[in-house]
Design a protein around this ligand. Structure first.
Ligand SMILES: [Fe+2]
Length: 285
């Protein structure tokens, strides 16, 4: 383990940085500043072999930004009653809220080694990969986002089912800290681009999804005990395959959020564990 946070690091491909440092010993102000700087530069940080209480994890994350102590999800487990064992398609947490969390961290407390992964894509890098003409087309466009449980592999329909909570937001988000443009649309939760007809909207979204979800630029992190991942929840989207049949997968979750997350959950939100009953209800209409 390095003496100073940031002194011993290794790049992760295709993006992210592994930082070798024992976070349990506490961070000096310089360590904290280095953590914040590395977080915004690399967007995803991996610390291995960590042993942190939840309070210690709050303390680490507070060097980057305000933490959300009233988060709706403290531990991710196969029986957490919020996400369950569901496959979760690419999303950024609380993408349907006015102010999604700026950062998310997960610490593997007890997992089957290398049995499950979380996948990541960088939607700021995706913006930079867009042909200039395509980038120009989406700058200034608004998109319709729905509060889906994030379990749909297929894209949302142009016309949303009645009663589904939705909001409009810019298709390109300017990152509040780095000022980078981010393609802030997701296949599982964006239904359409405002002002475009069905054909135009669908074609343009497909173009964007091809760029964002290009496997050549995707990171898969296979979990082991003690792994702490901290990522930029605005620039990156994450996903996971179903964890059905996995018995040990306990991840301690702390978010960086200027605005409390739980108070932004719409009343019509349906959790992934309840999605089957919700779909039946919608089909019955
Ligand atoms: Fe998530």
């Amino acid at each position: 383990m390095g003496q100073r946070l940031g002194a011993d690091t290794a790049r992760i491909e295709p993006f992210g940085l592994e930082v070798r440092f024992d976070l349990s010993r506490g961070l000096t102000p310089d360590d904290g500043a280095a953590l914040k700087d590395l977080f915004y530069r690399h967007k995803l940080l991996l610390f291995r072999d960590q042993n942190l209480t939840r309070d210690q994890q709050f303390g680490v994350l507070e060097h980057i930004g305000p933490v959300d102590r009233a988060s709706p999800l403290d531990y991710v487990t196969p029986d957490d009653d919020v996400l369950g064992t569901r496959h979760l398609a690419f999303h950024s947490d609380m993408h349907f809220a006015p102010f999604p969390a700026e950062g998310v961290s997960l610490l593997a407390l007890d997992v089957e080694a290398d049995a499950t992964y979380t996948a990541f894509v960088d939607a700021a890098a995706a913006y930079r990969r867009l042909p200039a003409e395509l980038a120009r087309r989406i700058d200034g466009l608004r998109s319709v986002r729905a509060a889906t449980p994030g379990v749909y592999e297929d894209e949302l329909p142009y016309d949303l089912p009645e009663g589904m909570h939705s909001m409009q937001r810019d298709a390109v988000m300017i990152h509040p800290v780095t000022q980078e443009p981010i393609v802030y649309v997701a296949r599982c939760s964006t239904s359409r681009l405002v002002g475009l007809d069905r054909e135009e909207s669908t074609a343009l979204l497909h173009n964007l999804y091809d760029t964002i979800y290009d496997e050549a630029h995707m990171l898969k992190h296979w979990w082991r005990d003690g792994d702490l991942l901290i990522w930029d929840n605005l620039a990156l989207q994450h996903a996971r395959p179903s964890i059905e049949g996995v018995t040990r997968r306990k991840l301690q979750r702390v978010t960086i959020a200027t605005h409390e997350q739980s108070s932004q959950i719409p009343a019509s939100y349906v959790s992934p564990v309840d999605v089957d009953s919700w779909q039946v209800k919608e089909d019955a209409k």
